[in-house]
Write a protein that binds this ligand. Structure first.
Ligand SMILES: [Fe+2]
Ligand SMILES: [Fe+2]
Length: 169
């Protein structure tokens, strides 16, 4: 059948290399989300102080969203015939989101969140580029997630701005 390549798209034999590349990118994205869940869970729990309350609540909301992203990445990895890795495949990268020396250090957490979100935005933008014209379903999914991360970063940039305005950051 002449049209078999277009019928199968990303699932065609010709696209297997691209499919593997996309699965690798999605796997990295999956781990980024998992690590973000860990980091935000510890940060939202550890933070102390009146001024930390807003940040704590915001992070607690984000945890659910980031876990939802991890689930979406996992499902898409499977749909593309990849295998979602087990915990032994995990290696941490968010050195900037380790607990601060003082648990009232809100600015440390805000900066760490901005860095984590920026990393996600950079990686997901790459996935959008790689999938362009070859895997519109993955691209569509990642665009929606990318928008969530842009929203998260914007929110925390606003928090940081407030501290900068007061000369505390
Ligand atoms: Fe996320
Ligand atoms: Fe996020």
């Amino acid at each position: 059948m002449e049209s078999s390549t277009t019928d199968k798209g990303i699932f065609s034999d010709e696209a297997s290399g691209t499919r593997e590349e996309i699965v690798a990118l999605l796997t990295k994205a999956y781990w980024m989300e998992i690590e973000t869940v860990m980091s935000y869970l510890s940060a939202s729990t550890n933070l102390d102080g009146v001024r930390a309350q807003e940040i704590r609540e915001s992070l607690a909301e984000d945890i659910k969203e980031e876990l939802g992203h991890a689930e979406q990445f996992a499902v898409r990895i499977k749909e593309l015939y990849g295998v979602v890795p087990g915990s032994e495949g995990f290696s941490p990268e968010q050195s900037f989101l380790q607990p601060p020396e003082h648990q009232t250090d809100v600015i440390h957490v805000i900066r760490g969140v901005i860095e984590a979100e920026s990393g996600a935005i950079q990686h997901y933008t790459r996935i959008v580029e790689v999938t362009d014209g070859v895997d519109p379903v993955t691209q569509d999914m990642v665009i929606a997630i990318l928008r969530d991360e842009q929203g998260h970063r914007r929110l925390f940039e606003g928090f940081l701005r407030e501290y900068e305005f007061e000369g505390k950051a």
